[in-house]
Design a protein around this ligand. Structure first.
Ligand code: GUN
Length: 287
């Protein structure tokens, strides 16, 4: 069994990002990411803090805007518009989930697609689906980088994805389909998830249920990608896969923590640099 070590790979990619931001600075270009957090959900706060720290390590300026839970949709849209209109801001990220009184769809659609480094705007979703140049959502992008770096081929492989969210499952399915895999997406209404996972060369799971994937659900020699993050009562962080048991059958498996998580963060930074390059270097004009 080979561990898919996202932490080490992310460190290597971070070094490449630092070299790139240094080059940009030489051209007086400063990559800048705006991060918007509404409310104080502990998990969202933790994710935003990780993103802010990664920006600091990599020479990306991070403008973090922490907003009260009660903010109105109108006020939030105004803040996004200001970031859209601010030439210095290359990327805009609104941490999800948003409070119930705010319509997520309207917020995501308000972000300038050229600054949509999360890849959640329908413009980018559509382009990912069509397999054309786009900002790809960070978690699916991180999974694809991990597979590519470990030389795990996708052409002609059977993939089972458990979890059909707009953030992870659906875009990951698009990327894998476009890479030549045969993809099944399982969700809450799927009758027999095991039927799909047992027939899969690659299993990707991200639903937030510890031990959802056990050893008898995967075939010998499979690749298992655990996108889940769950905090157990004893404080331990685990994914959705019974790692102990499944790692005895899998050929490749991601640990949690240290697998997909760090890859998600570096993918966001890679998207931010891509936005910087497109807007401030290739366009070379004020917008
Ligand atoms: N909430 C959970 N995952 C993500 C993510 O990748 N981006 C944003 N903006 N919010 C999230």
């Amino acid at each position: 069994m080979t561990l898919l070590d996202g932490r080490s790979l992310a460190e290597i990619i971070e070094k490449q990002i630092i070299a790139q931001t240094d080059l940009f600075r030489g051209q007086k270009v400063v990559p800048t990411l705006a991060v918007i957090l509404v409310g104080e959900d502990p998990a969202s706060c933790a994710y935003v803090n990780m993103k802010v720290k990664a920006c600091e390590r990599c020479g990306v300026v991070c403008v973090a805007k922490k907003l009260p839970q009660e903010i109105t949709q109108e006020e939030l849209l105004k803040i996004i518009k200001n970031f859209n209109d601010d030439f210095e801001i290359d990327g805009i990220l609104v941490q999800l989930p948003l409070p119930k009184h705010i319509e997520t769809k309207s917020v995501l659609e308000a972000i300038d697609p050229q600054k949509d480094v999360d890849g959640f705007h329908p413009f980018n979703i559509g382009r990912v689906f069509a397999g054309i140049d786009a900002f790809k959502p960070a978690t699916p992008m991180g999974v694809m980088s991990l597979l590519e770096n470990y030389r795990i081929p996708l052409k002609g492989k059977n993939v089972a994805i458990i979890g059909a969210s707009n953030i992870v499952g659906k875009p990951l399915a698009s990327l894998m389909l476009n890479a030549g895999a045969t993809v099944s997406i399982c969700h809450i209404m799927t009758k027999d998830v095991g039927f799909f996972t047992r027939n899969a060369d690659i299993v990707c799971v991200g639903v937030g249920k510890p031990r959802l994937i056990c050893a008898d659900m995967v075939c010998e020699g499979s690749v298992v990608i655990d996108i889940g993050i769950n905090r157990l009562e004893n404080g331990k962080l685990v994914g959705d896969v019974d790692f102990e048991a499944v790692s005895k059958k899998a050929a490749f498996i991601t640990p949690v923590p240290g697998g997909v998580g760090p890859m998600t963060i570096v993918s966001l930074l890679q998207n931010t640099l891509l936005a910087t390059k497109k807007r401030k270097i290739e366009n070379n004009k004020k917008v």
